[in-house]
Design a protein around this ligand. Structure first.
Ligand SMILES: C[S@@+](CC[C@H](N)C(=O)[O-])C[C@H]1O[C@@H](n2cnc3c(N)ncnc32)[C@H](O)[C@@H]1O
Length: 264
């Protein structure tokens, strides 16, 4: 059942709960935007924009004039749309499109950002090429994605709960390391300026961890409307069993990349 739904389908379903469940993603977006070099980044493209808090971080830091947000999950774009009144000075348009089929012009943006979305894109090198195309020469790209390593404790919970191989095998397939993303950036005609991995040890109450899982992996849980699938319930029980008095302890790696597009 879950294999029939794509990641954007899942994000559409969980969109209303997303912002409350992913405080670490919000903090990561802030760090990504704070890491961009100063510059005239007045036309911004946000790929996999979701509910818009990476875009909002961009608008707070730079005098942005226009922003295009791209995301195939219409439910996420609906939540973003509810926030547009907060930015009356900025020309914001949202497009329900896949990264590989963005209807945006080449060389037409000063900055392209993508936060916590690349790991959901099936073709990562191709997606980086697709995101580099609309960036003007001399423009800046900022990517935040899930990094290699970490999440071993979480993977053990998933395996013990009998999660489908598409989920237990997801980590190896979709996590990236510093060298891999630097190579992909160069292959797309970009020059890496600052690429780094952070590994964080977190202790999170199991119910909070489960809420975050339901917000970011709805398509893998396959929950019916208003209820929970069997695998959801087994995972929830496994998280509680694996938790200590302060919560579930796990490591999470985030990979950040800041790059510029070469002239010519
Ligand atoms: C974890 S959310 C991140 C949203 C936002 N950038 C943030 O930092 O909170 C990942 C987003 O990527 C989007 N996404 C997944 N696959 C995509 C694709 N093929 N093309 C564009 N966006 C995609 C999802 O719909 C979802 O909104």
């Amino acid at each position: 059942m879950s294999s029939e739904r794509s990641a954007p389908d899942g994000f559409s379903e969980s969109a209303k709960d997303y912002d409350a469940a992913v405080r670490h993603n919000i903090a990561g977006s802030e760090r990504l935007v704070m890491s961009l070099p100063a510059g005239d980044w007045s036309r911004v493209l946000d790929v996999g924009c979701g509910t818009g808090f990476s875009a909002a971080a961009m608008l707070r830091r730079f005098p942005v004039e226009s922003l295009v947000g791209v995301d195939p999950a219409e439910g996420m774009l609906e939540v973003f749309t509810e926030k547009l009144a907060e930015f009356p000075e900025v020309d914001i348009s949202l497009r329900a499109e896949d990264v590989m089929e963005m209807g945006v012009d080449a060389d037409s943006f000063d900055a392209v950002i993508s936060a916590m979305a690349l790991h959901w894109f099936p073709d990562k090198p191709g997606a980086i090429v697709a995101m580099a195309r609309p960036l003007r020469p001399g423009g800046v790209m900022g990517i935040l994605t899930a990094g290699s390593g970490g999440e071993e404790a979480w993977q053990r919970v998933l395996v013990a709960a009998g999660a489908a191989p598409e989920w237990t095998g997801w980590f190896d397939q979709n996590h990236r390391d510093v060298d891999e993303i630097a190579d992909d950036l160069r292959a797309a005609g970009l020059e890496p300026l600052d690429v780094w991995m952070e590994r964080r040890r977190r202790v999170t109450p199991p119910d909070e961890f489960m809420a975050r899982t339901r917000a970011v992996a709805a398509h893998l849980l396959g929950n019916p409307p208003g209820g929970f699938s069997e695998v959801d319930q087994r995972i929830e029980a496994g998280l509680h069993a694996a938790s200590g008095p302060d919560g579930f302890e796990y490591d999470y790696c985030k990979l950040y990349a800041v790059a510029t597009k070469r002239d010519g």
